[in-house]
Write a protein that binds this ligand. Sequence first.
Ligand code: PDD
Length: 282
Amino acid sequence: MRTCWINGAYVPEAEAAVPIFDRGLLFGDGVYEVAAVMQGRLLDADLHLVRLARSLREVGIADTVGAAQWLEVMQALVSRNGIVEGLVYLQVTRGVAERDFVFPQGATPTVFAYARPKRVSDDPNAAGVAVHVTPDLRWARRDIKSVSLLAQVLAKEAAKAHGCFEAMMHEDGVVTEGGSSNLWIVTDGAVQTRPLSSKLLAGITRDVVLQVAAEAGIPVRERAFTVEQARGAAECFLTSATNFVLPIVSIDGHPVGSGVAGPVTERLRAGYLARARALTAG
Ligand code: PDD
């Protein structure tokens, strides 16, 4: 059985439980992070932990673990569970208290983490995925990696019902994000993605891909684009910690570009993988 970590202890999965009064359960009052594992090592965990600290600050939950211990815990879960390629998930909630909307006095944050295997370097989806266009129903602070994910649950379920891997969420026709990814298009050889604001998550992969593109001499535009522009783009792709860079080859059944992974997307995936391999090597 898998070993998980909760409130300071490594325990078998079946014993990793929270009380029904946990505010994560009652209110979605918590934040989380997901980092990839390659070659048995964490990828960019430091960057994910900086974002975790920011999310915690923004919602006023104390950082009772801290980056150094989180790193130790995350790596221990990778080792104890024999993960070579996969992910580590961690979550912090405001803790356990009688149900009342306002912050509880003296509650201790609930902290837990687990690891799971997933193919990341030879992802079977690397040939390209389909997306389904759906309205973005989320709240206005999408820069906080909150566990209140009902809108994304509904968006991704709608995508699945349409035989698609991911949702392309939009507001009034302007693409916001994927259900759990940042979205990009390629036009005239330049890559384009929405600029950062409180209306989207500052993806760690997004940031790294911007660097990979710059180093490869690929022009970058941080500018919003519409669903129509995505449909007419030469290429389209998504980025996230566990999917890296995945080509989007169809939007609501219409092929993007030639309907197969495009050359710029392929270069970015290869560049991202090379960096990931180097960072997680021996
Ligand atoms: N999701 N946008 C949203 C809405 C996300 O949920 C995610 C990540 C991203 C990409 O961020 P990053 O590159 O830091 O993973 C963008 C994670 C993987 C998840 O919920 O499982």
